[in-house]
Design a protein around this ligand. Structure first.
Ligand SMILES: Cc1cc2nc3c(=O)[nH]c(=O)nc-3n(C[C@H](O)[C@H](O)[C@H](O)COP(=O)(O)OP(=O)(O)OC[C@H]3O[C@@H](n4cnc5c(N)ncnc54)[C@H](O)[C@@H]3O)c2cc1C
Ligand code: FES
Length: 478
């Protein structure tokens, strides 16, 4: 199902790239990150071309909850522990500047995008850790306090409150920002060679380029696939539910996220590593919570999205790799991609012009913290698990066991294949080998999709690619 954003905003289409173009900078991806970065570069007088594989705003940005916040869960204590106070303060300052950036652009240009400033809360039952978090946040210069009297839609002992945060309609904002940009849609970048970005019909030659395609699809250099994984979450939109004054996220598992949008309450949760949802039931978790907390409410929409998760919980924004000085990247937003996209739009133009950028150090993709090693090892182990599964795990279902509207992995003609049985009983079989790096795809019954547990690529039930890092469809099996 479409998100409430795509239901209420149709961004005008753009042509594909059919002729070769020269530019100062090329941006790959027209989601929140790509559009904001391109806009910032263009405002410095540079010729910028944006190449988008699908439609503008059709990626994860279409499924966000669109809170604009410098409160990224319970993160300040952890950030100080990992980075030290000085570097953690730079992270906090960059995100506060991002909030101010949204306010300046939206009010300055008069963008009609349901922008609203309100407090943000992280709520929970462990009052001691919430108090400590409020203290840690204040020490980083963030507008934080601990409160036991927040207007919480889900009861809890207390909350960390941040002042002057915001929410908006992400696609209305994006549509306005995209207006003056040179964007080519349905123009996937297939390869990058010697400064030329090749799309199916033509190429862009650019002096500098930015990967703002959510998950960088170039494996080497950079090795972003070893440095992050993807996590999926689900959202239901409820009418006839309370509409609290604030944006909210839980501190404890299972985590629920809430905000209002017009007359609707958006309830998010049910997160899991992408590719690890073979039993399904994620929307049911949300529906149960809604029935328990908001009896009388009615679901009017549901959707899901995913984001890239880094080992230390902070994004990679900066130079793509030491060996490619003209390549830049903005990824690993840890489900805080609104403020992180704006951070990228503020940092990258400085770095690309060779200027000092005071907070860049906190986002450097080349950082390597000892604390990140276990998570990197976990990502590697997950990839090995995905490969081992493909070669050695024997499917325990037969095609005949798959009911209409369901999918699963079966053995057909001596080969392991993914099978989806449509409502008419017809079987659609696909190769369950992920075209990215070969892991075994898993069935996601909540979205009727084939998802990769290694790095999070997704394909629809017939094998068409939904999102990367894989860039190709999976083959159908005869
Ligand atoms: C459930 C959920 C809720 C969230 N809520 C919030 C929130 O409240 N606040 C917040 O700050 N963040 C939130 N986030 C995070 C935020 O939505 C994302 O971080 C952000 O939308 C990512 O934007 P992006 O531009 O990086 O990616 P995308 O929007 O996915 O854009 C990337 C674009 O690149 C294109 N692309 C890919 N490959 C190629 C190629 N080869 N050539 C050309 N184009 C290509 C894609 O088609 C896509 O359009 C949430 C995330 C989830 C999963
Ligand atoms: S996404 Fe990397 S192997 Fe599937």
């Amino acid at each position: 199902m479409e998100s409430v954003w795509t239901q209420t905003c149709k961004i005008p289409p753009r042509a594909s790239l059919t002729h070769s173009v020269e530019a100062d900078a090329a941006v790959i991806g027209a989601g929140m990150a790509g559009v904001l970065i391109a806009s910032a570069l263009q405002s410095e007088g540079r010729r910028v071309v944006v190449l988008e594989a699908g439609r503008t705003g059709s990626g994860q940005t279409a499924g966000t909850t669109a809170k604009i916040s410098s409160q990224h869960g319970l993160f300040c204590s952890k950030l100080i522990e990992t980075f030290g106070t000085e570097r953690a303060s730079k992270y906090a300052a960059a995100n506060q500047a991002a909030l101010a950036g949204f306010r300046r652009i939206i009010t300055g240009r008069g963008i009609d995008c349901e922008y609203e400033e309100l407090p943000s809360y992280v709520f929970g039952d462990d009052a001691a850790s919430l108090r400590a978090e409020a203290e840690a946040a204040r020490s980083l210069g963030l507008p934080a306090s601990y409160t036991e009297s927040a207007p919480l839609p889900i009861p809890a002992a207390g909350a960390v409150r941040f002042e002057n945060q915001a929410q908006f309609h992400p696609l209305r904002f994006l549509a306005a920002m995209a207006e003056g940009l040179e964007i080519y849609e349905n123009s996937p970048v297939l390869s990058v060679e010697d400064g030329a970005l090749k799309t199916p019909l033509a190429a862009v030659r650019a002096q500098q380029l930015v990967f703002a395609c959510h998950f960088p699809f170039v494996n080497f250099p950079g090795m972003y696939f070893a440095r992050m994984h993807q996590e999926r979450s689900y959202i239901i939109a409820l009418e006839n539910a309370p509409l609290p004054e604030g944006v909210f996220i839980g501190a404890e598992e299972p985590v629920f996220s809430l905000r209002r949008s017009g007359r609707l309450l958006l309830l998010g949760g049910g997160k899991h590593r992408t590719g690890e949802n073979s039993s399904g039931g994620r929307y049911d978790i949300l529906r149960q919570k809604a029935a328990e907390r908001f009896p009388g409410s009615r679901e009017v929409a549901h959707w899901s999205a995913q984001d890239c998760i880094t080992p230390d919980g902070t994004p990679y924004i900066g130079r793509f790799s030491a060996s490619r000085p003209d390549w830049f990247v903005a990824t690993g937003f840890n489900k805080w991609g609104m403020s992180s996209s704006m951070v990228a739009a503020m940092l990258l133009p400085d770095l690309m012009a060779g200027r000092e950028s005071p907070n860049a150090e906190a986002f450097s993709p080349s950082r390597f913290e000892a604390e990140a090693v276990p998570a990197m090892a976990e990502n590697g182990a997950q990839a090995v698990k995905g490969l081992v599964r493909r070669f050695f795990e024997v499917p325990d279902e037969a095609a005949a066991d798959i009911r209409p509207g369901r999918g699963g992995i079966v053995e057909l003609g001596g080969e392991k294949v993914g099978v989806y049985r449509d409502e008419n009983g017809a079987i659609h079989a696909v190769d369950i080998r992920c075209p990215h790096l070969g892991c075994q795809l898993e069935w996601n019954p909540d979205e009727l999709s084939w998802d990769c547990p290694c790095h999070g690529s997704r394909f629809d039930r017939f094998g068409a690619r939904i999102s990367g890092p894989a860039q190709e469809d999976i083959a159908s099996q005869p």
